[in-house]
Design a protein around this ligand. Structure first.
Ligand SMILES: *Cc1c(COP(=O)(O)O)cnc(C)c1O
Length: 456
Protein backbone atom coordinates (compact mmCIF):
# COMPACT_ATOMS: atom_id res chain seq x y z
CA UNK A 1 0.00 0.00 0.00
CA UNK A 2 1.42 3.40 -0.89
CA UNK A 3 2.08 5.73 1.99
CA UNK A 4 -1.04 7.79 2.82
CA UNK A 5 0.51 10.56 4.86
CA UNK A 6 3.67 12.01 3.43
CA UNK A 7 4.21 14.60 0.74
CA UNK A 8 7.98 14.50 0.56
CA UNK A 9 10.50 11.72 0.97
CA UNK A 10 13.85 12.76 2.36
CA UNK A 11 17.01 10.76 2.89
CA UNK A 12 19.62 11.61 5.51
CA UNK A 13 23.06 12.64 4.31
CA UNK A 14 24.47 9.29 5.40
CA UNK A 15 21.84 7.47 3.33
CA UNK A 16 23.10 9.12 0.14
CA UNK A 17 24.17 6.42 -2.35
CA UNK A 18 27.95 5.95 -2.49
CA UNK A 19 28.16 4.79 -6.12
CA UNK A 20 26.99 5.92 -9.54
CA UNK A 21 25.17 3.38 -11.69
CA UNK A 22 26.47 2.51 -15.17
CA UNK A 23 23.75 1.17 -17.49
CA UNK A 24 26.22 -0.37 -19.98
CA UNK A 25 26.23 -3.92 -18.50
CA UNK A 26 22.41 -3.91 -18.54
CA UNK A 27 22.05 -2.81 -22.18
CA UNK A 28 20.62 -5.31 -24.70
CA UNK A 29 23.76 -4.87 -26.78
CA UNK A 30 27.12 -3.10 -26.42
CA UNK A 31 27.33 0.60 -27.39
CA UNK A 32 28.64 1.40 -30.88
CA UNK A 33 32.29 2.49 -30.87
CA UNK A 34 33.21 6.19 -30.93
CA UNK A 35 35.07 7.03 -34.17
CA UNK A 36 37.96 9.38 -34.91
CA UNK A 37 36.70 12.34 -37.02
CA UNK A 38 39.62 11.97 -39.47
CA UNK A 39 40.37 8.26 -39.79
CA UNK A 40 36.80 7.07 -38.97
CA UNK A 41 38.44 4.30 -36.91
CA UNK A 42 37.42 3.59 -33.28
CA UNK A 43 39.15 5.96 -30.87
CA UNK A 44 41.13 4.75 -27.88
CA UNK A 45 41.64 6.49 -24.54
CA UNK A 46 44.82 8.20 -25.82
CA UNK A 47 42.90 9.89 -28.65
CA UNK A 48 40.64 11.56 -26.09
CA UNK A 49 43.43 12.49 -23.66
CA UNK A 50 43.96 16.02 -25.09
CA UNK A 51 40.31 16.81 -24.25
CA UNK A 52 39.51 15.03 -20.98
CA UNK A 53 41.30 13.82 -17.84
CA UNK A 54 42.05 10.08 -17.98
CA UNK A 55 39.76 9.21 -15.05
CA UNK A 56 36.75 10.56 -17.00
CA UNK A 57 37.87 8.77 -20.18
CA UNK A 58 38.00 5.49 -18.26
CA UNK A 59 34.47 6.16 -16.96
CA UNK A 60 33.38 6.92 -20.53
CA UNK A 61 34.35 3.38 -21.63
CA UNK A 62 33.66 1.52 -18.37
CA UNK A 63 31.51 -1.60 -18.29
CA UNK A 64 31.39 -1.80 -14.47
CA UNK A 65 27.83 -1.62 -13.13
CA UNK A 66 28.74 0.58 -10.15
CA UNK A 67 31.48 3.18 -9.85
CA UNK A 68 32.28 4.52 -6.40
CA UNK A 69 31.76 8.25 -5.85
CA UNK A 70 34.96 9.64 -4.31
CA UNK A 71 34.38 11.06 -0.83
CA UNK A 72 35.45 14.64 -1.74
CA UNK A 73 32.70 14.68 -4.41
CA UNK A 74 30.15 13.29 -1.95
CA UNK A 75 31.21 16.01 0.50
CA UNK A 76 30.19 18.67 -2.03
CA UNK A 77 27.03 16.77 -3.01
CA UNK A 78 25.94 16.84 0.64
CA UNK A 79 25.52 20.61 0.39
CA UNK A 80 22.18 19.95 -1.40
CA UNK A 81 21.86 16.19 -1.68
CA UNK A 82 20.04 13.93 -1.14
CA UNK A 83 17.45 15.96 -3.02
CA UNK A 84 13.76 15.61 -2.11
CA UNK A 85 11.27 13.38 -3.87
CA UNK A 86 7.74 14.77 -3.69
CA UNK A 87 4.32 13.24 -4.08
CA UNK A 88 2.40 15.85 -6.13
CA UNK A 89 -0.70 15.63 -3.96
CA UNK A 90 -2.06 19.09 -4.84
CA UNK A 91 -1.53 18.52 -8.55
CA UNK A 92 -3.23 15.11 -8.33
CA UNK A 93 -6.21 16.73 -6.59
CA UNK A 94 -6.47 19.44 -9.25
CA UNK A 95 -6.35 16.83 -12.01
CA UNK A 96 -8.83 14.57 -10.21
CA UNK A 97 -6.83 11.59 -11.42
CA UNK A 98 -6.48 8.07 -10.02
CA UNK A 99 -2.76 8.33 -10.89
CA UNK A 100 -0.16 8.85 -8.19
CA UNK A 101 2.38 11.43 -9.36
CA UNK A 102 5.87 11.72 -7.88
CA UNK A 103 8.65 14.09 -8.84
CA UNK A 104 12.32 14.21 -7.98
CA UNK A 105 13.38 17.83 -7.52
CA UNK A 106 16.87 18.79 -8.73
CA UNK A 107 16.24 22.55 -8.50
CA UNK A 108 17.52 22.50 -4.90
CA UNK A 109 21.16 22.62 -6.06
CA UNK A 110 22.89 26.01 -5.70
CA UNK A 111 22.87 26.52 -9.48
CA UNK A 112 19.19 25.50 -9.68
CA UNK A 113 19.33 22.31 -11.76
CA UNK A 114 20.75 18.77 -11.94
CA UNK A 115 23.87 19.99 -13.76
CA UNK A 116 26.12 20.43 -10.68
CA UNK A 117 25.96 16.62 -10.16
CA UNK A 118 28.40 16.22 -13.05
CA UNK A 119 30.03 19.68 -12.91
CA UNK A 120 31.37 18.97 -9.42
CA UNK A 121 32.58 15.50 -10.43
CA UNK A 122 34.25 16.74 -13.63
CA UNK A 123 35.97 19.65 -11.89
CA UNK A 124 37.25 17.33 -9.15
CA UNK A 125 38.71 14.76 -11.57
CA UNK A 126 40.34 17.57 -13.56
CA UNK A 127 41.82 18.96 -10.37
CA UNK A 128 43.22 15.52 -9.44
CA UNK A 129 45.10 15.46 -12.75
CA UNK A 130 46.51 18.95 -12.29
CA UNK A 131 44.32 20.73 -14.85
CA UNK A 132 44.34 24.52 -14.33
CA UNK A 133 41.64 25.58 -16.78
CA UNK A 134 38.44 24.07 -18.20
CA UNK A 135 36.76 25.39 -21.34
CA UNK A 136 33.13 24.65 -22.13
CA UNK A 137 30.03 25.86 -23.95
CA UNK A 138 26.61 26.76 -22.62
CA UNK A 139 23.21 27.45 -24.14
CA UNK A 140 20.98 29.40 -21.80
CA UNK A 141 23.63 29.25 -19.08
CA UNK A 142 22.53 26.42 -16.78
CA UNK A 143 25.59 24.35 -17.59
CA UNK A 144 28.03 27.27 -17.62
CA UNK A 145 26.86 28.46 -14.21
CA UNK A 146 27.14 24.93 -12.76
CA UNK A 147 30.70 24.44 -14.04
CA UNK A 148 31.66 27.96 -12.99
CA UNK A 149 30.49 27.13 -9.46
CA UNK A 150 32.37 23.81 -9.43
CA UNK A 151 35.50 25.55 -10.76
CA UNK A 152 35.29 28.06 -7.92
CA UNK A 153 34.98 25.21 -5.36
CA UNK A 154 38.16 23.49 -6.58
CA UNK A 155 40.21 26.49 -7.73
CA UNK A 156 40.08 25.83 -11.49
CA UNK A 157 39.72 28.59 -14.06
CA UNK A 158 36.55 28.24 -16.21
CA UNK A 159 36.04 29.80 -19.64
CA UNK A 160 32.62 29.58 -21.29
CA UNK A 161 31.38 30.06 -24.87
CA UNK A 162 27.75 31.07 -24.49
CA UNK A 163 25.31 30.89 -27.41
CA UNK A 164 24.99 34.52 -28.53
CA UNK A 165 21.20 34.78 -28.51
CA UNK A 166 21.18 33.80 -24.81
CA UNK A 167 24.23 35.95 -24.04
CA UNK A 168 22.25 38.94 -25.28
CA UNK A 169 18.79 37.99 -24.00
CA UNK A 170 19.51 36.16 -20.74
CA UNK A 171 22.09 38.25 -18.90
CA UNK A 172 21.39 36.87 -15.42
CA UNK A 173 22.98 33.46 -15.94
CA UNK A 174 25.99 35.22 -17.45
CA UNK A 175 26.26 37.41 -14.36
CA UNK A 176 25.99 34.28 -12.26
CA UNK A 177 28.94 32.69 -14.11
CA UNK A 178 30.95 35.88 -13.64
CA UNK A 179 30.07 35.96 -9.94
CA UNK A 180 31.58 32.47 -9.64
CA UNK A 181 34.67 33.82 -11.38
CA UNK A 182 34.29 32.42 -14.91
CA UNK A 183 35.06 34.24 -18.18
CA UNK A 184 32.17 34.28 -20.65
CA UNK A 185 32.30 34.88 -24.43
CA UNK A 186 29.36 35.28 -26.80
CA UNK A 187 29.53 32.54 -29.46
CA UNK A 188 30.22 32.66 -32.40
CA UNK A 189 33.23 34.79 -31.43
CA UNK A 190 36.35 36.15 -33.11
CA UNK A 191 38.51 34.16 -30.67
CA UNK A 192 38.57 30.95 -32.71
CA UNK A 193 38.84 29.93 -36.38
CA UNK A 194 35.50 28.14 -36.00
CA UNK A 195 33.78 31.33 -34.83
CA UNK A 196 35.54 33.55 -37.37
CA UNK A 197 34.59 31.20 -40.22
CA UNK A 198 30.93 31.26 -39.27
CA UNK A 199 30.86 35.06 -38.77
CA UNK A 200 32.59 35.60 -42.14
CA UNK A 201 29.76 33.75 -43.87
CA UNK A 202 26.98 35.05 -41.65
CA UNK A 203 27.86 38.11 -39.53
CA UNK A 204 24.45 38.07 -37.79
CA UNK A 205 24.72 34.41 -36.70
CA UNK A 206 23.20 34.10 -33.21
CA UNK A 207 24.92 30.84 -32.39
CA UNK A 208 24.03 27.28 -31.50
CA UNK A 209 25.31 24.73 -29.01
CA UNK A 210 27.09 22.95 -31.87
CA UNK A 211 29.01 26.11 -32.78
CA UNK A 212 29.87 26.88 -29.15
CA UNK A 213 31.22 23.33 -28.74
CA UNK A 214 33.42 23.82 -31.84
CA UNK A 215 34.85 26.99 -30.31
CA UNK A 216 35.50 25.41 -26.90
CA UNK A 217 37.14 22.30 -28.40
CA UNK A 218 39.32 24.43 -30.69
CA UNK A 219 40.49 26.58 -27.79
CA UNK A 220 41.46 23.45 -25.84
CA UNK A 221 43.20 21.88 -28.86
CA UNK A 222 45.29 25.04 -29.25
CA UNK A 223 46.08 25.44 -25.53
CA UNK A 224 49.22 23.29 -25.75
CA UNK A 225 47.91 20.92 -23.09
CA UNK A 226 47.13 23.73 -20.63
CA UNK A 227 43.34 23.41 -20.74
CA UNK A 228 40.80 20.60 -20.88
CA UNK A 229 37.32 20.50 -22.33
CA UNK A 230 34.11 19.68 -20.50
CA UNK A 231 30.64 18.81 -21.75
CA UNK A 232 27.47 19.13 -19.67
CA UNK A 233 25.43 16.33 -21.24
CA UNK A 234 25.39 13.60 -23.93
CA UNK A 235 28.57 11.68 -22.96
CA UNK A 236 28.49 8.43 -20.98
CA UNK A 237 30.47 9.80 -18.02
CA UNK A 238 28.11 12.78 -17.72
CA UNK A 239 25.06 10.51 -17.63
CA UNK A 240 26.89 8.29 -15.12
CA UNK A 241 27.35 11.20 -12.69
CA UNK A 242 23.65 12.05 -12.94
CA UNK A 243 22.54 8.58 -11.82
CA UNK A 244 22.80 9.72 -8.21
CA UNK A 245 19.31 11.11 -8.97
CA UNK A 246 17.80 7.72 -9.77
CA UNK A 247 19.77 5.85 -7.09
CA UNK A 248 18.28 8.18 -4.47
CA UNK A 249 14.84 7.88 -6.06
CA UNK A 250 14.88 4.08 -5.79
CA UNK A 251 15.33 4.46 -2.01
CA UNK A 252 12.70 7.21 -1.80
CA UNK A 253 10.08 5.26 -3.78
CA UNK A 254 10.68 2.39 -1.34
CA UNK A 255 10.04 4.85 1.53
CA UNK A 256 6.75 5.73 -0.16
CA UNK A 257 5.92 2.01 -0.45
CA UNK A 258 5.33 2.56 -4.13
CA UNK A 259 6.96 1.86 -7.50
CA UNK A 260 6.61 3.77 -10.80
CA UNK A 261 4.78 2.34 -13.81
CA UNK A 262 6.30 5.09 -15.96
CA UNK A 263 9.45 7.15 -15.41
CA UNK A 264 9.74 10.42 -17.35
CA UNK A 265 12.44 12.96 -18.11
CA UNK A 266 12.84 15.86 -20.51
CA UNK A 267 15.71 15.43 -22.97
CA UNK A 268 18.17 17.93 -24.43
CA UNK A 269 21.32 15.84 -24.55
CA UNK A 270 19.74 13.27 -22.26
CA UNK A 271 21.60 13.62 -18.95
CA UNK A 272 18.84 14.44 -16.47
CA UNK A 273 16.52 11.84 -17.97
CA UNK A 274 19.24 9.20 -17.86
CA UNK A 275 20.12 10.23 -14.33
CA UNK A 276 16.64 9.44 -13.06
CA UNK A 277 15.71 6.65 -15.45
CA UNK A 278 18.81 4.45 -15.85
CA UNK A 279 18.79 2.94 -12.34
CA UNK A 280 15.13 1.98 -12.97
CA UNK A 281 16.04 0.61 -16.43
CA UNK A 282 18.67 -1.57 -14.77
CA UNK A 283 16.15 -2.90 -12.23
CA UNK A 284 13.56 -3.51 -14.91
CA UNK A 285 16.01 -5.47 -17.07
CA UNK A 286 17.44 -7.51 -14.22
CA UNK A 287 14.06 -8.26 -12.59
CA UNK A 288 11.90 -8.45 -15.73
CA UNK A 289 9.67 -5.50 -14.70
CA UNK A 290 7.30 -3.83 -17.17
CA UNK A 291 8.24 -0.26 -16.18
CA UNK A 292 7.90 2.24 -19.06
CA UNK A 293 10.46 4.97 -19.75
CA UNK A 294 9.47 8.15 -21.54
CA UNK A 295 11.69 10.89 -23.01
CA UNK A 296 9.93 14.25 -23.51
CA UNK A 297 11.41 16.57 -26.14
CA UNK A 298 10.34 19.78 -27.94
CA UNK A 299 8.65 19.73 -31.36
CA UNK A 300 11.19 22.43 -32.28
CA UNK A 301 14.19 20.12 -31.71
CA UNK A 302 12.89 16.56 -32.04
CA UNK A 303 16.13 14.52 -32.05
CA UNK A 304 14.55 11.24 -30.89
CA UNK A 305 11.17 11.41 -32.61
CA UNK A 306 12.35 12.74 -35.98
CA UNK A 307 16.16 12.50 -35.98
CA UNK A 308 18.26 9.96 -37.84
CA UNK A 309 20.06 7.21 -35.85
CA UNK A 310 23.51 7.52 -37.37
CA UNK A 311 27.09 8.59 -36.78
CA UNK A 312 27.43 12.36 -36.50
CA UNK A 313 29.71 15.01 -35.04
CA UNK A 314 28.95 16.43 -31.62
CA UNK A 315 29.76 19.94 -32.89
CA UNK A 316 28.94 22.03 -35.94
CA UNK A 317 32.38 22.42 -37.50
CA UNK A 318 33.27 18.71 -37.24
CA UNK A 319 36.10 18.61 -34.71
CA UNK A 320 34.68 16.17 -32.17
CA UNK A 321 34.76 12.38 -32.45
CA UNK A 322 31.83 10.75 -34.26
CA UNK A 323 29.19 9.12 -32.11
CA UNK A 324 26.21 7.01 -33.11
CA UNK A 325 23.13 8.87 -31.94
CA UNK A 326 19.78 10.32 -32.94
CA UNK A 327 20.64 13.56 -34.73
CA UNK A 328 19.04 16.40 -36.66
CA UNK A 329 22.42 17.00 -38.34
CA UNK A 330 25.42 18.80 -36.85
CA UNK A 331 24.58 22.00 -38.78
CA UNK A 332 21.15 22.26 -37.08
CA UNK A 333 20.23 25.87 -36.21
CA UNK A 334 17.55 26.21 -33.53
CA UNK A 335 14.50 28.32 -34.31
CA UNK A 336 14.69 31.73 -32.62
CA UNK A 337 11.03 31.51 -31.60
CA UNK A 338 11.62 28.46 -29.41
CA UNK A 339 11.85 29.50 -25.74
CA UNK A 340 11.66 26.08 -24.12
CA UNK A 341 15.34 25.11 -24.11
CA UNK A 342 16.54 21.62 -25.12
CA UNK A 343 18.09 22.79 -28.37
CA UNK A 344 20.93 20.33 -29.07
CA UNK A 345 21.05 18.62 -32.50
CA UNK A 346 22.12 15.24 -31.12
CA UNK A 347 21.23 12.92 -28.26
CA UNK A 348 23.17 10.82 -25.80
CA UNK A 349 24.35 7.60 -27.53
CA UNK A 350 23.12 5.53 -24.56
CA UNK A 351 19.58 6.97 -24.69
CA UNK A 352 19.66 6.69 -28.50
CA UNK A 353 20.51 2.99 -28.23
CA UNK A 354 17.77 2.37 -25.65
CA UNK A 355 15.25 4.21 -27.84
CA UNK A 356 16.31 2.24 -30.92
CA UNK A 357 15.87 -0.98 -28.92
CA UNK A 358 12.34 0.04 -27.92
CA UNK A 359 13.17 0.38 -24.21
CA UNK A 360 12.87 4.19 -24.03
CA UNK A 361 9.77 5.76 -25.64
CA UNK A 362 9.89 9.34 -26.93
CA UNK A 363 7.23 12.00 -27.39
CA UNK A 364 7.57 15.57 -28.73
CA UNK A 365 5.53 18.47 -27.32
CA UNK A 366 4.67 21.97 -28.51
CA UNK A 367 6.07 24.74 -26.37
CA UNK A 368 2.75 26.35 -25.50
CA UNK A 369 1.40 23.07 -24.12
CA UNK A 370 4.60 22.77 -22.08
CA UNK A 371 4.27 26.26 -20.59
CA UNK A 372 0.59 25.58 -19.87
CA UNK A 373 1.61 22.42 -17.99
CA UNK A 374 4.36 24.36 -16.20
CA UNK A 375 1.90 27.02 -15.05
CA UNK A 376 -0.56 24.38 -13.83
CA UNK A 377 2.28 22.80 -11.89
CA UNK A 378 3.41 26.13 -10.42
CA UNK A 379 -0.13 26.96 -9.29
CA UNK A 380 -0.60 23.63 -7.50
CA UNK A 381 2.88 22.60 -6.31
CA UNK A 382 4.34 26.11 -5.90
CA UNK A 383 7.56 25.51 -7.82
CA UNK A 384 8.07 27.44 -11.06
CA UNK A 385 9.74 24.89 -13.34
CA UNK A 386 12.56 25.54 -15.80
CA UNK A 387 11.15 25.70 -19.36
CA UNK A 388 13.09 22.48 -20.09
CA UNK A 389 11.45 20.67 -17.18
CA UNK A 390 7.95 21.66 -18.37
CA UNK A 391 8.30 19.05 -21.13
CA UNK A 392 8.49 16.31 -18.49
CA UNK A 393 5.52 17.85 -16.67
CA UNK A 394 3.53 17.94 -19.91
CA UNK A 395 4.23 14.23 -20.43
CA UNK A 396 3.32 13.44 -16.81
CA UNK A 397 -0.01 15.29 -17.18
CA UNK A 398 -0.82 13.24 -20.31
CA UNK A 399 -0.08 10.04 -18.40
CA UNK A 400 -2.32 11.19 -15.53
CA UNK A 401 -5.12 12.03 -17.96
CA UNK A 402 -4.79 8.63 -19.64
CA UNK A 403 -5.12 6.98 -16.20
CA UNK A 404 -8.28 9.01 -15.58
CA UNK A 405 -9.78 8.06 -18.95
CA UNK A 406 -9.07 4.39 -18.26
CA UNK A 407 -10.25 4.69 -14.64
CA UNK A 408 -7.05 2.93 -13.55
CA UNK A 409 -4.28 3.65 -11.09
CA UNK A 410 -0.95 4.59 -12.60
CA UNK A 411 2.22 5.54 -10.77
CA UNK A 412 4.11 8.32 -12.52
CA UNK A 413 7.59 9.52 -11.60
CA UNK A 414 9.23 12.43 -13.38
CA UNK A 415 12.38 14.47 -12.99
CA UNK A 416 11.86 18.13 -12.20
CA UNK A 417 15.30 19.00 -13.52
CA UNK A 418 15.42 22.62 -12.39
CA UNK A 419 13.59 25.76 -11.36
CA UNK A 420 12.76 28.57 -13.76
CA UNK A 421 13.71 31.62 -11.71
CA UNK A 422 16.08 32.89 -14.38
CA UNK A 423 13.59 32.16 -17.18
CA UNK A 424 10.76 34.48 -16.21
CA UNK A 425 11.16 36.37 -19.50
CA UNK A 426 10.07 33.17 -21.27
CA UNK A 427 7.02 32.91 -19.00
CA UNK A 428 6.28 36.57 -19.75
CA UNK A 429 6.48 35.82 -23.48
CA UNK A 430 4.06 32.93 -22.95
CA UNK A 431 1.55 35.02 -20.99
CA UNK A 432 1.65 37.88 -23.48
CA UNK A 433 0.92 35.50 -26.35
CA UNK A 434 4.30 35.95 -28.02
CA UNK A 435 5.21 32.26 -28.09
CA UNK A 436 4.40 30.35 -31.24
CA UNK A 437 4.18 26.62 -31.65
CA UNK A 438 6.77 25.47 -34.13
CA UNK A 439 7.50 22.01 -35.45
CA UNK A 440 10.89 21.27 -36.97
CA UNK A 441 10.13 20.13 -40.54
CA UNK A 442 10.81 16.55 -41.63
CA UNK A 443 12.18 17.90 -44.92
CA UNK A 444 14.99 19.61 -43.00
CA UNK A 445 15.88 16.27 -41.38
CA UNK A 446 15.82 14.53 -44.78
CA UNK A 447 18.12 17.20 -46.19
CA UNK A 448 20.50 16.91 -43.22
CA UNK A 449 20.81 13.17 -43.87
CA UNK A 450 22.95 13.94 -46.94
CA UNK A 451 25.33 16.09 -44.93
CA UNK A 452 26.07 13.46 -42.27
CA UNK A 453 29.68 12.23 -42.27
CA UNK A 454 30.09 8.98 -44.19
CA UNK A 455 31.69 6.27 -42.10
CA UNK A 456 32.13 3.67 -44.83
C1 LIG B 1 20.37 21.60 -19.30
C2 LIG B 1 19.04 21.30 -18.76
C3 LIG B 1 18.23 20.29 -19.32
C4 LIG B 1 18.61 19.51 -20.54
O1 LIG B 1 19.78 18.80 -20.52
P1 LIG B 1 19.84 17.22 -20.37
O2 LIG B 1 21.28 16.90 -20.49
O3 LIG B 1 19.00 16.61 -21.43
O4 LIG B 1 19.32 16.93 -19.01
C5 LIG B 1 17.01 20.03 -18.73
N1 LIG B 1 16.58 20.72 -17.67
C6 LIG B 1 17.32 21.70 -17.12
C7 LIG B 1 16.77 22.44 -15.95
C8 LIG B 1 18.58 22.03 -17.65
O5 LIG B 1 19.32 22.98 -17.08
Amino acid sequence: MPDKVHTKYLLNEDEMPKAWYNVVPDLPKPPAPVLHPGTKQPVGPDDLAPLFPMALIMQEVSADRYIEIPEPIRAVYRQWRPSPLFRARQLEKALDTPARIYYKYEGVSPAGSHKPNTAVAQAWYNKQEGVKKIVTETGAGQWGSSLAMAGAFFGIEVEVFMVKVSYNQKPYRRHMMETFGATVHASPSELTDAGKGILAKDPGNLGSLGIAISEAVEMVAKSGGKAKYSLGSVLNHVLLHQTIIGEESLLQMAQADDYPDVVIGCVGGGSNMAGLVFPFVGEARRKGLKTRFLAAEPMACPSLTKGIYAYDFGDTVGMTPLVKMHTLGHDFMPAGIHAGGLRYHGMSPLISLLHDEGIVEAQAYYQRACFEAGVKFARTEGIIPAPESTHAICAALEEAEAAKREGKERVILFNLSGHGHFDMASYDAYFSGKLEDYEYPSEAVDAAQHRLPSVG
